[in-house]
Design a protein. Sequence first.
Lengths: 480, 244, 381
Amino acid sequence: MNKLNFLQPDKNNFYTYLYTGVILVALSIFIVFLNSFFNKDIVSFLPGPISFFLPLILGFIGLHLIRIDYSGLRFLDSINKNINTNNFNAFLSLLIVFVVIKSLPPLLSWFIIDANIAGDSKDVCTGSGACWTYIKIWFNRFMYGMYPNPEQWRINLSFIALAFLGCVGFFATEKFKKYLTLYYVVVYPIIAFFFIFFFISGGPIFFDFSYGIIAAVISIILGFFIPSKFKMYYFIIVPITLYILLKYVFFYEELIELGKLEALEWVETGAWGGLSLTFIVSFFCLIFCFPIGLFLSLGRRSDFPIIKYISIGMIEFWRGVPLITVLFMSSVMFPMFLPEDMFIDKLVRVIIAISLFEAAYVAEVIRGGLQALPRGQYDAAKSLGMGYWKMHILVILPQALKLVIPGIANTFLALVKDTPLIFVVGLLEIVGMLNLAKTNPEWLGFAMEGYVFASVLFFIICYAMSKYSYNLEQKYKTER
Amino acid sequence: MSDKIIQITEMNKWFGDFQVLKNINLEVEKNKKIVVCGPSGSGKSTLIRCINRLEEHQQGSIIVDGNELTEDTKDIEKIRAEVGMVFQQFNLFPHLSILDNCTLAPIWVKKMPKKEAEDLALQHLEKVQIADQANKYPGQLSGGQQQRCAIARALCMEPKIMLFDEPTSALDPEMIKEVLDAMVNLAKAGMTMIVVTHEMGFAKEVADEVIFMDEGMIVERAETKEFFANPKSDRTKLFLSQIL
Amino acid sequence: MNIKKILPQLLTLLVVILVFGFFSYNAQINMENRGITFGYGFLSQESSFDVQFSLIEYDGSHSYFRAYLVGLLNTILVSVIGIIFATIIGVVVGIARLSNNYLINRTAAVYVEFFRNIPLLLQIFFWYFAALRALPLPQDTEPMFGVFFLTIKGFFVPAFVWNNLDVFIYSIIAAIISIIFIRIYAKKKQENEGIQTPVLSISIGLLLILPILSFLFGGVDASVEIPVIKQLSQSGFTFEGGIKLPPELISLALALSLYTATFIAECVRAGVQGVSKGQKEAAASIGLTPNQVLKLVVMPQALRIIIPPTTNQYLNLTKNSSLAAAIAYPDLVLVFAGTALMQTGRAIEIVSITMLTYLSLSISISIFMNWYNKKIAIKEK
């Protein structure tokens, strides 16, 4: 048996070092494990500081002993190359493992073991853990804000319908694929707007909405029978005529009075709130900020000096100020700029403000893509006789936009994370509702549960979005 | 009395303070093939890029097929539709298939119906012998194939003039021949061509005239045989001795 | 001149002018109706409101302009603290992300994903309403290291009471100036004779010795004032003496640092990864030590990639500090565009001043960035 040199483990007494080291490491982890999970301190017979540091010392020595270069055991080698390359690494690895082990029990106990979820009122929350009952009771408010409970089906229906219509792209057959862009950029937002503005708001304008739907459906059905040449005029004139007929000729207000048709209850936008409001605001701002940002970035690269400088001014302005001042401006300053009797709804103002703000960031992202395209593409398109717009729509933008997918996804993500700021205008989306709930006299002291709940929600949404955009980016990369 | 399809008179161009084209006078007749050669930086590429106004000249006049090139946008696009260009870097549109690359301009600029445009495109792709690659994407093709597709793309606009800006300079030697063959066929079919190139073999085979440029000026211009046999200027002689 | 070129521009200009005109016209009418006049004279009026936390002397009898300054200073304070901590944490996490150690790498990744995907406002609320509320009351607090008290009412830390502070500051300035001269001298010496002087050790020595000298001979002395508990009322205690850091400042700085650090970590990681491996190999092959490789080859290239986006993040942090309004930390937005605006009703003037302040900050940083980029740009053909 060769001389054992504990300071330099080597292959000669391989198994001695290996076994000793592994035992020491296992022992150290075991001590910490017992301590944290079962509150048993088996080394308490040692004086204070030593017993505190003992696991660390044991583990450190153990890792040092098993740090044998080229041992031949594949598993050991990969561990050594990974977490055990030198003393510093070993120390940090041990620290991380111990911290994780020590923090698991308190976390588990707060989240699950000592937590309460059953029951109806505060009295149920007797444990020292989280009071999930609080979340359960307030769930409706967190999701829908102050929207009246019986009417919440309207919000659900709108979202489901919109999600459904949004997935149309997957089922489009070849023939309709070229209308997809038009659909998503023009038709879908308009339908979404109708649903949200009229259906969720309700009230007498609901009838306009339903007349519109009926007119549209009838026009589309009849549309199959009209020859192509007249299609354009047809789609402008017929729906409008039908709509006017329905509104003023067939069903007038009196019929409603007679109770034959019941209007949906009116819910003002101030009462909308919760996660559904987060979705609504994010959705509309997403839709608007993209085209505005696109035009701003094209304007910035334009040859026309006036358009160029106006674009630069707009972009630098919106990028230079914090969102909260923009929202302040929209709620405090904006009414000053409008005539006395003109009133723009709070939610609409907020959506306009956030869209303009994020559009500036989108503009910069798209500009990066436009600049990254080789000049030859512009040359080739020009040499084929394409004008400015044809060149951009057919050649430049399809390529540039693919390049900047991660940047745009980032901006969208930032948009979703910025929605909580609308509390400054008095709209309460989920974070706002949390703040409102925690001041309710019956439920004081549960702020932590609320914030954890919202954090988990946002984390899931944002993490999913960033993973999706990563996949999208990979997919387009391989398509080239 | 053949008509002059390109007339450049007293053309001068500056990039900032640097004068890149000096007193260019050039007339090209229909159906003629002109080769432009010269050392790097002599302004050859700039010259032909001025003809379809990818570059703008500051002095003088350029008249292409009876239309003068000015700042008026409408004319520029009309002229560009009549003048096809093939680039050194091919510049195919990577997000479109070969067929779509060729049909894009006919459909959107000439407003041709899709079927007609595709037939036309396949015809031209056939002529440059890559019709079988029509549904592939540029990234999947070799350099020679891409350049031939670029030629077909330009031809689909049925131009009166074809400009070539060093079309084979970015190609591997094995692929130069296939592109030159396509260009020779084009020349034999009667197209007016202005080719900036170093391929003197091509010039000897197909060109009617050769122009030598140096430092922004046209130094010598002569019929092909005359040019190679009896170069007049010293600079021309030096250049020829280096590349032949 | 070309009609096609002029027409769209004129039209755009016309639209912009019309829109602005429409707004101004309405603003004028509305202000007339409410009897508000337009003017910046109110800035010299008495403000008659107090601010909870201020770096300079301020109370209700000072002017609105002074209130503006208070808000501005508070914004700068929290931004600077945030930037410092965000940079430290961000660099550490960024480098950890590059480690080969699976545990360290993953821990850093978890940190980045976690703090990046939760809205900043939520984080601020969490720290302020949940975490800091869990701290004990002043009378129940055990001091950390005997002198730091972390209570629910704020962090109480000892304050230095200086005598002849200016002499101390002069000594530091003198140390810095001599370090600069020594660096110039050392560089010249290296160019002429090839000898390298240990600039770093000399600099550290100077920075330590000169201030110490000021203590010994300059008449400077500093005593520490430890916070002492004081009873205000039956159940209300606080600390006297020392410096009080309000919980608003702490939670804001904490949230800003942790949040921005995630972005800085990603910038650092991109910068170091952006230097190709071949660079390190080539540098090692000509005999440079690992430290020299880092200092002369890797860091200069990495910094070129790291600095522009990191500066952008600093700017974002400064703008995000405006979220202070949510937890009543008296920053520029809350004090000026909040309280002052509510009191005077002069929305247009106040909001315009606030936005202009942030705008000038952004634009000056942009200009600096452009200058920096041009200066260090790697020359290409």
